[in-house]
Every structure is written in structure tokens, then in C-alpha cells.
Design a protein. Sequence first.
Length: 319
Amino acid sequence: MKKKDLISVVIPTYNEEEVINIFYDKINIISKDMKFVNFEFIFVDDGSTDNSLNIIKKLNSLDKRVRFISFSRNFGKEAAIYAGLKSSLGNFVTIMDCDLQDPPELLNDMYNAVTEEGFDAAAIYSLSHKDYSFFRNLLTKIWYKINSSLSGNLEKPGTRDYRLMSKKVIDSLLSMQEVNRYTRGLYSYMGYNIKWIAINTDDRAAGKSKFNLRKLFSYSIDAISSTSTKPLLLSAYIGLLFCLIAFIFIIIIIVKTIIWGDPVSGWPSLVCIIIFLSGIQLFFLGIIGIYLSKLYLEIKKRPLYFINDTEKDKKKGDK
């Protein structure tokens, strides 16, 4: 008799006490419908300060399919995803937020796409997002265009973290161990044959999003600088352009002085030009600083996270 496939569901969690039980009830129903596979649910608690970890531990005591990893502090979602993937035991793995904006009902279709249709992974992208304001939707569209042009990623606009991957894809993903991780960019870098499924993203089942505009902006900068060196090349091109412009102005000034003399007027425009060029220089120095800081972190080779507690530790304590 053929052994059942095991699907590992990796759930990054940060201060989600209001929605964890709702999510578990939903994914549990899906797992009962998909009787032809086994499941494990890996909650990665990213240093939550609310009651999230206690709720997860209670679920673990009720359902042994529930596993958990608790970080010593908040290390970020990328670290949580990596930890969940690394500890997964399944020959198929899916990443899913517990706010239920990623519909668990699609898991069966995603599994069929990988096992029957020959795809290496099945991924979700959002056509619309009810939670987003007009301003945030506009910024999101601009971001995807900038990211695509700078990094060359084939990432679809509206891409979600929710995807089902085969063991081959997971092994490839884990083989890339850089500290500055942008997992969606790594997917594009790896390639593989992906089936894309479009959804309209609903509101959160409960609670509030932990990503504000400041965090999203920081995440965007990390995403670009982690997947592309084009901003550095762009700064060199713009520097060369301004050198050419300056050379042309020098020629113009020399010719003008020979023909009409050297009037004193024009210092306000000169001050504006100096301030503008200084701003450009500082801007690109900042870009260089970002890359240097990432290089600094990579060289230090610090772990992505530190684990405070897992379900294995809980079992030892129960003995």
C-alpha cells in the first residue's frame, strides 16, 4: 500500500491571539476533507508579546499534528518562514498566514497541481485586496513595477507567501542560506514550473495587520537590495550623466565669458544647483550604505534566529 503524502503547513505567527483558533478550526476541516494525505501544522511564533504562544501550546496538547517553534525575540517573518521550512518533515510544504486572507480551501487544488499536473509548485496572487486603501493599492502597484525593473524578478503583482511546494523546491530554497532573505525573490531566482492561482483577498478573519506603511517601506528596500545590484549601477550612471552635464556647462561658461564677459549675477541658481547635487550625492551614498550594511551582516554569519522553545522541549518537560 502506498504511503500517504505528508503536507507540512508552515504558519508564521506574531501577536495573532485573536485569530489562531479560528485558523486552526478552518485548516482542521480542510485536513479532514483531504483524507488522502497526512498533515502537520508548524506554528512559528516570532517573539509574540500577547497570548499567541500559549494558545498554540494548548492546540499542541489537543492535536499532536500541531508543532511549534518559539523564537527568543522578534526576528521577522523571513526568519520565521525559514525556520518553519527547515523543521518541516513533509514531502510537500505550504506557507500560510493565519489571518485567513490566504484561503485554505485552495490547498486541494494546489496539491493536485503539483501531484497530477506536473508543476513543481502552486502559488497564489491577489487581484484585489479589501484591506488596502486606495493609496496603499497605488503604492503596491508602483512597488511591483520598480521591483520588477530593478531586480529582474518574474514575480507576479499581488504575489502572496501562500504556496505549496514539492520537496525539490524546498531543498533548493534551504540551500540558499544568506542572512538578508527575501523569499519571494528567491522563488523567482530558482525558477521551477509554477502554477499561478488568482484570488480576491478578503479581510482578515480577526485582529489587525502588523505591517504598517513604515514596515512595508523597510521591507521593500530590503527586497530590492537583497535581489539586485542595479541601484548601485544606476547611481554610477547618474553620476556619469551629471559629470557630462557639468562638462557641458563649463564649456558654455567659458564661451559666454569670452564673448560677453563675466557678470556676477546668477549666484541663487548656483546655490540651488549645489544643494541639488549634494542631495543626489547623499542619496546614492545612502544606497551604497545599505549594500555595505548587508555585506557586513553576511560576513558576520550570525544565525537568522534563536529558538526559545519547541514542542520537543515541551515533551521533555512533561516526562
